[in-house]
Design a protein around this ligand. Structure first.
Ligand code: ACO
Length: 315
């Protein structure tokens, strides 16, 4: 099976850093509860003049610059988001215009909520492998502005979310290790938020039900991906889970009996940025040297839809 190679990554967080103490002045909460129940300490929210497109553009530009490629080298642009600035043009088409991508480069959004980046990677890989595109490289972005869908009078959700964007330039590579599992179970009861024309319809979540779903989904996805790749946990360098709650990741580590140091966590800084959390983590790890080129990682997503997925690739 054709795999993908990660050529470069980028990330962008908006300017407004909001602390737990800031939120405790808005709703009945406190720093200790938020830290202990979620692991979150700060999150970044969009301020004046910032939005999904500007965040995603900054992350995509950084990835493109680091790759040393020109816009003409990008044969496909896929953005994972459910909070695009417009229904249409899509976020991907906005990036297409602002980056000056060629007209032969198809550009579109995918919506699989917090699992969106994994879906975008797999869709991009399949399209690159199909041979119908002009090049073998794609720009894949995960970007959300959850603050637009957050009810800042609801303490059970407003402490959890952050805005941000992550981007990756990938290239089709016949020799790269790759495995992917994606799934869905339509369910609007435990997690949903506004659609077209539904003003004031904020994120609704049955936190405990989502928690139970997540702690079951992560180990299952990791085990299925390892099985498909014919590998054991010892042969994988990193596991990068969607950052929704530090306790969810800790549960998964215990269930898998896996070494905790393989599981990256940065939810303390950014909160839950949905489809952006995995590419932001990837970029941060590569920049800090926590992860290195040539190492392998399993990405694990879960969230609204409900959707879930696991994806093994070489960094
Ligand atoms: N500050 C203080 N107290 C709070 C807060 C808060 N911010 N929020 C809730 N509480 C209270 C509740 O009212 C409740 O009080 P009670 O016992 O008097 O009724 C108590 O704390 C416990 O509430 P729970 O909801 O049971 O708390 P829990 O430990 O489950 O933590 C949380 C809640 C953090 C939401 C957790 O359930 C969770 O992380 N769920 C998963 C969320 C997730 O992964 N979402 C991913 C998808 S998001 C997407 O797709 C966009």
């Amino acid at each position: 099976m054709n795999g993908i190679k990660l050529l470069a990554t980028g990330r962008h967080l908006p300017s407004r850093c909001v602390t737990n103490d800031d939120l405790s002045r808005m709703v009945e909460t406190n720093d200790q509860w938020i830290r202990e129940r979620t692991g979150i300490v700060t999150r970044y929210l969009c301020g004046e003049g910032e939005g999904n497109t500007s965040n995603a553009l900054a992350a995509a530009r950084q990835a493109l610059e680091r790759s040393g490629l020109a816009p003409e080298d990008i044969g496909l642009c896929v953005a994972a988001t459910f909070t695009a600035d417009h229904g249409t043009p899509s976020l991907a088409c906005e990036l297409h215009r602002l980056l000056g991508l060629p007209e032969t480069t198809p550009s579109f959004d995918v919506n699989a909520a917090c699992t969106g980046f994994l879906h975008a990677l797999e869709v991009a890989r399949c399209m690159l492998a199909s041979g119908t595109l002009k090049t073998r490289r794609a720009l894949v972005v995960g970007s959300e502005v959850l603050s637009r869908l957050t009810d800042f009078t609801d303490r059970s959700t407003c402490v959890l979310f952050g805005d941000g964007a992550g981007a990756a330039i990938i290239e089709l590579d016949e020799n790269a290790p790759y495995a992917c599992v994606l799934g869905a179970r339509g369910d609007a009861e435990v997690l949903r938020c506004g659609g077209a024309g539904i003003a004031g319809d904020y994120i609704y979540m049955d936190g405990r039900a989502v928690f139970r779903f997540a702690v079951e989904a992560i180990p299952r996805c990791v085990e299925e991906v390892l099985d498909r790749a014919g590998l054991t946990m010892d042969q994988v360098d990193h596991v990068i889970c969607h950052q929704a709650n530090a306790r969810i990741i800790d549960h998964a580590i215990r269930k898998l009996k896996a070494p905790a140091e393989k599981f990256y966590k940065n939810i303390d800084k950014y909160g839950n940025t949905s489809s952006a959390s995995i590419p932001i983590a990837l970029d941060e790890m590569l920049e800090k040297g926590t992860a290195r080129r040539g190492e392998t990682a399993i990405l694990v997503g879960f969230g609204g839809g409900l959707t879930w997925g696991g994806l093994l690739l070489e960094l």
